[in-house]
Design a protein around this ligand. Sequence first.
Ligand code: ADP
Ligand code: MG
Length: 254
Amino acid sequence: MKDLLVSENLTKTFGGLVAVNQVSLTVKENSLTLLIGPNGSGKTTFINCCTGILKPDGGKVLFDGQDISGWPPHRIWEVGFVRTFQIPCPFQGLTVLDNVLGAMRNAGESPLKAVAKTRWVEQEERNVEKALDILGRVGLDKHWDKPSYTLGAAHLKMLEVARGLAAGARLIALDEPIGGVDPARADEILSYVSGLKELGLTFLVVEHRIDIAASYADYVYALDRGTLIAKGTPGEVLNDPRVIDVYLGREEAC
Ligand SMILES: Nc1ncnc2c1ncn2[C@@H]1O[C@H](COP(=O)(O)OP(=O)(O)O)[C@@H](O)[C@H]1O
Ligand SMILES: [Mg+2]
C-alpha cells in the first residue's frame, strides 16, 4: 500500500513550548493508523498542523505525494483530507440528513439550477439516496430526521464521520472519536470506522484511550510531550516500556 499521508519532522511551538517536536510518521493508504498519547501530548496540534488549521514552524506534510504544508484548510479538504473535531460541531438545528447533505461537494447553489429544474431535482434525489446510504454505514439511518442537537455523544461522532464521507474524503483524521463515550459505545464507533475501510478509506485516529482503540489499529504511533516515543503494531506499542511508563507511571495520563 502506498503512503497516503507523510509528515516529515513536523514541528509546532507555542512561545517556549514545543507542542509537536520533529514528528515524522506515515499513514498507509486504506489503513487505520492510531496516534496515541496522554492529554497535552500534542495530538490535536499535530492534526491541526496537517490540516492547515495551524501553520507548522518546521517540517513538511505530504498528502498522496503532494506537499500540502501551509495550505489553507479548504484546499486540503478539497484534495480529500478531512478532519473531525474533538468537540463535534454539526449544524445543531439541522436534521442528521441535512447535515450530511450539506457536506456534499455539489450541494452549492448555482444560477444554472434555475434553468434546469429537472436536472437538479434528479441530482438532489441522488444526493438524498447517497446520504441515506452513508447514514446506514455509520448506524445513523434510523435517526435521519432528528435535529442533530438531540444526538448523544457517540452518534454525534458518527455524524462527523458521515459528513467526512459525504465530502468525498480519502483520508479522515478523527480527533478522539471515543472521547466522552462509554466503553460499550466506544467499541461500536471503532467497529463502524474500521468497517469503512471496505470503501477504500484511510483513517488517522487520535486517541488517549489506548486500551480500547489499539485492537482496531493496523499501525500505532505513540506521542509524549510532542515527541514520538514508539511505533509499530498495536502489540509492539502496548508492550513498549516507554509507553507503559507514560500510561501507568504518571497519574495525569489516565
Ligand atoms: N493555541 C495554543 N496556544 C498555546 N498552547 C497550546 C495551544 N494549543 C495547544 N497548546 C499546548 O500544546 C500542548 C499540546 O496540546 P494538544 O495538541 O491539545 O494536546 P492533546 O491533543 O494531545 O491533548 C499542550 O501543552 C497545550 O497546552
Ligand atoms: Mg486533543
